[in-house]
Each structure stands twice: as C-alpha cells, then as structure tokens.
Design a protein around this ligand. Sequence first.
Ligand SMILES: *[C@@H]1O[C@H](CO)[C@@H](O)[C@H](O)[C@H]1NC(C)=O
Ligand SMILES: *[C@@H]1O[C@H](CO)[C@@H](O)[C@H](O)[C@H]1NC(C)=O
Ligand SMILES: *[C@@H]1O[C@H](CO)[C@@H](O)[C@H](O)[C@H]1NC(C)=O
Ligand SMILES: *[C@@H]1O[C@H](CO)[C@@H](O)[C@H](O)[C@H]1NC(C)=O
Ligand SMILES: *[C@@H]1O[C@H](CO)[C@@H](O)[C@H](O)[C@H]1NC(C)=O
Ligand SMILES: *[C@@H]1O[C@H](CO)[C@@H](O)[C@H](O)[C@H]1NC(C)=O
Ligand SMILES: *[C@@H]1O[C@H](CO)[C@@H](O)[C@H](O)[C@H]1NC(C)=O
Ligand SMILES: *[C@@H]1O[C@H](CO)[C@@H](O)[C@H](O)[C@H]1NC(C)=O
Ligand SMILES: *[C@@H]1O[C@H](CO)[C@@H](O)[C@H](O)[C@H]1NC(C)=O
Ligand SMILES: *[C@@H]1O[C@H](CO)[C@@H](O)[C@H](O)[C@H]1NC(C)=O
Ligand SMILES: *[C@@H]1O[C@H](CO)[C@@H](O)[C@H](O)[C@H]1NC(C)=O
Ligand SMILES: CC(=O)N[C@H]1CO[C@H](CO)[C@@H](O)[C@@H]1O
Length: 590
Amino acid sequence: MALSSFSLFVFIHIALFSSLCFAGDPFVSYELKLSYITASPLGVPQQVIAVNGKFPGPLMNVTTNNNVVVNVWNELDENLLMTWPGIQMRHNSWQDGVLGTNCPIPPKWNWTYQFQVKDQIGSFYYFPSLNFQKASGGFGPLIVNNRDIIPIPFSQPDGDIVFVIGDWYTRNHTALREVVASGKELGMPDGVLINGKGPYRYNSSVPDGIEYETINVDPGKTYRIRVHNVGISTSLNFRVQNHNLLLVETEGYYAMQQNYTSFDVHVGQSYSFLLTMDQNASSDYYIVASARFVNESVWQRVTGVAILHYSNSKGPASGPLPEPINDIYNPWAAMNQPRSIRQNGSASGARPNPQGSFHYGQINVTHTYVIQSLPPVTIDGKLRSTLNGISFVNPDTPIRLADNYSVKGDYKLDFPSEPLARPPTLDRSVINATYKGFIEVILQNNDTRMQSFHVDGYAFFVVGMDFGVWTENSRSQYNKWDGISRSTIEVYPGGWTAVMISLDNTGVWNMRVENLDRWYLGQETYMKIVNPEENGETEMAMPSNVLYCGALGYKQKAQSHSSATSILNGNLKSFIALMMVLFSSTVFFT
Ligand SMILES: *[C@@H]1O[C@H](CO)[C@@H](O)[C@H](O)[C@H]1NC(C)=O
Ligand SMILES: *[C@@H]1O[C@H](CO)[C@@H](O)[C@H](O)[C@H]1NC(C)=O
Ligand SMILES: *[C@@H]1O[C@H](CO)[C@@H](O)[C@H](O)[C@H]1NC(C)=O
Ligand SMILES: *[C@@H]1O[C@H](CO)[C@@H](O)[C@H](O)[C@H]1NC(C)=O
Ligand SMILES: *[C@@H]1O[C@H](CO)[C@@H](O)[C@H](O)[C@H]1NC(C)=O
Ligand SMILES: *[C@@H]1O[C@H](CO)[C@@H](O)[C@H](O)[C@H]1NC(C)=O
Ligand SMILES: *[C@@H]1O[C@H](CO)[C@@H](O)[C@H](O)[C@H]1NC(C)=O
Ligand SMILES: *[C@@H]1O[C@H](CO)[C@@H](O)[C@H](O)[C@H]1NC(C)=O
Ligand SMILES: *[C@@H]1O[C@H](CO)[C@@H](O)[C@H](O)[C@H]1NC(C)=O
Ligand SMILES: *[C@@H]1O[C@H](CO)[C@@H](O)[C@H](O)[C@H]1NC(C)=O
Ligand SMILES: *[C@@H]1O[C@H](CO)[C@@H](O)[C@H](O)[C@H]1NC(C)=O
Ligand SMILES: CC(=O)N[C@H]1CO[C@H](CO)[C@@H](O)[C@@H]1O
C-alpha cells in the first residue's frame, strides 16, 4: 500500500518532469513483458515469444502527438530490443530499438522507451529486432489514431479489425538463425499464421484440430481492416472471398481509394482497407493470405485461412479457396498493383493541412544513392549478404553514444553512393547524409527474391518502379505528383524501386532489407544526419536511462531485481535525483 502510493507519487513527478520536454501532450503508458510460452499454432507444440502472455502481442492504441512510455521487460534468455517501424521518433533515434542506436536490454532487465508519435496517424506494428526473435513472435499492432479535430477521408467505419499475418516455421528462432548462419536457405515455411493462428481446415490437406481465426461481423457494416505482414521473408497475397478491399492507407498516409480483389502485402508492410459486408451471407467467407512470387503449386501449404462470419450467416465456408490474381508468371502485370497506389493529396494527414501540400516533385535532388542487393556471398568463410558490396557489421557501441563520448573507430562514415567494383567486404560503413538534403535512393535488387526495403525515422515518396537496371533515363518515368509516402517498399527481383527522402530528422537511422534472413546476414546500414547548426532543431538529449555497452560498458550499473526493498531504494534514489534536477532547472530558468 505504502509502496504503491509512493510509486504513484514518483510517477507523477516523472510525468511532470518529462512534460518540460514534451509541451503538454498527453502521456500514455504501456508495460510489455516478453516471455517464452509453448503454443501450437500449426498443431505442433513449439516455443513462441509472447507479449504479456499473448501471441501476437497486445494492441498499442495511441493518438497523434501522444507521448508513449513503454516499459519493456526482457524475460527471455537472450538480449532484446523492441523496434517500431514507421514511427518517426522525431530527432529521437535514442528510442528506435536497433543495435546502431541502442544497447541491448539484457535478459531479466527492463528498459523504458519514451517517444512521441508526433504528427503521425496510421497502422504500424512493433517487433523484437535482435537475434531472429521475430521468427518466434514478440510482435503486435500499434495504431496511431487521428485527433478528433482532424477529418478522415472516409466515413467513420463501424469497427476496426487488425490482421497480423506472416509466414511461420515450426522450428524456433534459435534453430532458424543457426540454419541461416550456417549458410543454408530456410526453405519453404510450414505455414502462414493469421493473428497467431493456423489455417481453417478448408480441405483435407490441412491437419485436423488446428485453431483458426474467426472474424465476427454484421451485415451491411463497413470495417477498417489493418493488415501487417510481420513474417520472415514471404510476400503474401491477402484476399477476402466475394469481397472487395478498398485501399485507404499505407503505413501512415492516405491513399487514393481504389478497390482490389486481392492485395500483395510484402514483408514489413502495413495497409488499411475498408471492407463492406455487402454479401448475402449464404455461408461464411474465407479470408486468405497465401505465398506470392514463389511456385505456388509447390508452396501450397504456405497459406493462411481465417473465417469471416456474418451474424446472419447460413453456414460454414466450403469449397475451394478464392484464387489469387493469376499473374505471378507475368511479373510486369503484378507490378501494376504497387504502381497503382497513389497518395490522396487533398486528404488531411495527421494535421489539418492536406498531405499533398508538399510538392516533392519540384524539389532539387541534392544527392543520389544507388543501393544494390546481391544474392548472399561467402566473405571470410561465412555466408553474408550485402548492400553495395558491404555486409554491415554493427558497431560495438551505438553510434550516437559513441559520438557523445568520443569513442574512436566505432564506425565509418564511408558507405558508398553506388555499388563498388571491388570484392565484397564486412564493414561498419554508415551513410554520411546531409541534414535538410533531399535525396534520391535507387534500390536495385539483383538478388533472386522479392525484397522489402525499410528506412527508420522517415517516410519516403515512392517515385518509380520497374524491371531491369536503373539508369538516369529512368527518371523520365518518375511520378512527380502523387507518389505514396510510406516507410517499407517492395523491390522486385531483377528490378528497381526509386524513392525520395527529405532529410529533416536528425539522428542515426537504420536502412535495411526487411526480409529477416537477409537482414540477419548484413543487408543493412544507417544514415547519420546531424544538424551542423545549434538552432534548436537538433537531436534530443540522450535519455537519462540510456544503457551503456561496447567501449562504454564500464559505465553501466547493474540492474537490481531482487526485492521490493531494493526497488524502493531505487525509486528513492531516482526521486531524489529528479527533485534535484527539478530544483536545479527551476533555479536555472528563474
Ligand atoms: C483505440 O482508440 C480509439 C480512440 O481513442 C478508440 O476509438 C478505439 O475504440 C480504440 N480501440 C481499441 C481496440 O481499443
Ligand atoms: C524498470 O521498471 C521499473 C518499474 O516500473 C521502473 O521504475 C524503471 O525505471 C525501469 N527501468 C528502466 C531502465 O527503464
Ligand atoms: C481524397 O480525400 C478527400 C478529402 O478527404 C476525399 O473527399 C476523397 O474522397 C478522397 N479521394 C479518394 C479517391 O480517395
Ligand atoms: C529450439 O530448437 C532447438 C533445435 O531444434 C532445440 O534444440 C531447442 O530445444 C528448442 N528450444 C525450445 C525452448 O523449444
Ligand atoms: C468498391 O467496391 C464496393 C463494393 O464492394 C463498392 O460499393 C464501392 O463503390 C467501390 N468503390 C470504389 C471507389 O470503386
Ligand atoms: C448469395 O449469393 C451467391 C453468389 O454470391 C449466390 O450464388 C446465391 O444464390 C445467393 N444466395 C441467396 C440466398 O441469395
Ligand atoms: C512449379 O513446380 C512444379 C513442381 O516442381 C513444376 O512442375 C513446375 O514447372 C513449376 N512451375 C514453374 C513456373 O516453375
Ligand atoms: C486443397 O486445396 C488446394 C488449394 O485450393 C488444392 O490445390 C488442393 O488440390 C486441395 N487438396 C485436396 C486434398 O483436396
Ligand atoms: C533547382 O535547380 C535548377 C537548375 O539547377 C535551378 O534553376 C532551380 O532554381 C532550383 N530550384 C530550387 C527550388 O532550388
Ligand atoms: C560528412 O559530411 C559533412 C557535410 O555534410 C562533412 O563536413 C564531413 O566532413 C563528412 N564526414 C566524413 C567523415 O566524410
Ligand atoms: C552528450 O550528451 C549530453 C546529454 O544529452 C549533451 O548535453 C552533450 O552535448 C552531448 N555531447 C556531445 C559531444 O554530443
Ligand atoms: C536477378 C538479377 O537481377 N540478376 C542480374 C544481376 O545483374 C547482372 C548484370 O549486372 C544481370 O546479368 C543479372 O540478370
């Protein structure tokens, strides 16, 4: 009793103190505990990573400009970092949760992230970024709602339904990462999960007794469905039998609304669609997420099936699954789908002004980067994957921490602007990007598989996509008017995608191939963006709870979890420290 009221007292003071930095926007708090559970999503018992005992993890449901405080507890037996792709963390890469920005949270420790979802709306997810853990779970959805005063470009839906989909193996993440590290391909997944559950038994090829997802709906209503591909490496075609998917949002930006009968969701991507219950409910309907851009007759088991159940349904779904668009052997036709996604420039985004008021097509490019993926190669006797011939090695000390304490030789600012004519190497090369620059990034996929490319801290404009090798002439086909903004984009094998990024967010930002097997082998780098002028638009200060590691590991104090007394002592110490800070800042400002 005394302890909890004391903790509350401390918490209020922390909130007060923090609000000095965060201009009065509301705080929302979450506790996320990551632990192992045994689950059998495909009928085979296996080790799964749960969040607060749930798989997938709970929804984080926040609103534009909220200050989000997330206390992450690592109850695993290995290091952990939680990352939030698409959340832009303005000037605050300290909270991004990847090895170049944060020291890992050791087993049995907790660490509190604090970030503002400044000027953002949309559908996102969180996941553990280290050690291939995402292959065992630890992920969950994150929604940033619009503020009440900001209109949305469609009628208020009758409900909100999240689909967390992804390929899945019955082997655990330690087994899978050993396969990848030993230089082998993972091979065909064992299935696709929808919200952590296996396929409905649509025919006898599906084993009996698997738990499947059922979505209950009412006839005539329209729901906003949010679809996230949290899988390892498989592109998925998502479709709902007899229903259209009206695309409305890609990773935080409103798209021109268009109907699709099925939609390709690549690894790491998020979309919102409106789904209208306009059928006669003669039966339930299948919801399908099936492997794409593979030999689908061989990969048949890599299919997730859930059930859409109208409250007036007259019986179970039966018969064959709805077909995906039959164009995989004509990839040019398949590429028409991502090319058809356009930004709705007249819709309000997170702010009342229209999303399209920033005319990116008229801004002069300050630098062009051509970033090429190649199939994995052997470097120093180990299989590694590369970008521009460099297989990234994470610095021992996170980059901005190393900068702050003048740690030498931690990383290099020499990531090349185009592929190098030299043998592939392992290196710590980071892009030296220019603050306020406007860059063009060409992603050239010379690997044999579909890849998703992701940038932390930013959304980029997707301006072009085609097959073959990009040349300067390719610019003539760029979309300079209504290219969609987003943070994760597919790059077709044997093709390229061009994006433009306005470098207005200081910090160190991860750029990676989201396909976990390739990322794990080094297909990533960082952009370092520093404002050379101290004009207030600089990075946020390092957080007071920053973890130290690498060359600065000696500075890290042990975290005590032994007894209530030591927690009380810890709180007492931080309370006194906070009072001192409050006191001194009061003195300073008055
Ligand atoms: C999420 O928050 C929004 C706005 O506060 C609310 O309307 C909605 O019901 C919440 N969703 C869930 C699933 O809690
Ligand atoms: C760990 O959790 C405790 C209890 O909620 C909290 O007081 C403490 O600040 C957390 N530690 C870190 C490093 O965030
Ligand atoms: C674009 O947004 C406007 C403003 O909210 C909306 O009225 C319009 O229907 C949207 N257009 C499309 C094609 O989505
Ligand atoms: C993970 O997989 C490995 C290899 O199959 C196995 O030895 C290990 O017991 C598994 N771990 C757990 C906790 O299931
Ligand atoms: C999308 O399809 C639905 C029927 O499922 C229809 O009512 C709606 O008008 C279509 N919208 C557009 C923009 O084509
Ligand atoms: C419901 O619609 C299906 C086609 O979508 C049709 O085959 C069936 O006859 C309809 N059933 C009723 C009861 O109207
Ligand atoms: C898909 O695999 C089957 C079985 O191995 C093979 O017969 C077929 O030719 C393959 N299709 C393509 C397009 O590669
Ligand atoms: C099960 O369904 C799949 C896809 O709809 C089909 O290819 C396969 O032949 C079916 N298998 C059986 C045993 O009916
Ligand atoms: C872009 O560059 C062109 C030619 O180099 C120049 O004339 C123009 O003023 C520049 N535009 C802007 C907005 O800086
Ligand atoms: C990084 O770029 C800045 C200019 O933007 C330049 O002053 C600095 O020397 C560069 N650093 C390195 C190591 O190339
Ligand atoms: C190091 O971090 C502290 C606290 O954030 C800050 O005051 C100081 O300016 C930083 N020093 C450098 C060299 O970045
Ligand atoms: C899959 C792919 O794009 N392969 C290409 C890689 O680049 C060489 C030449 O640079 C092409 O010949 C391959 O077709």
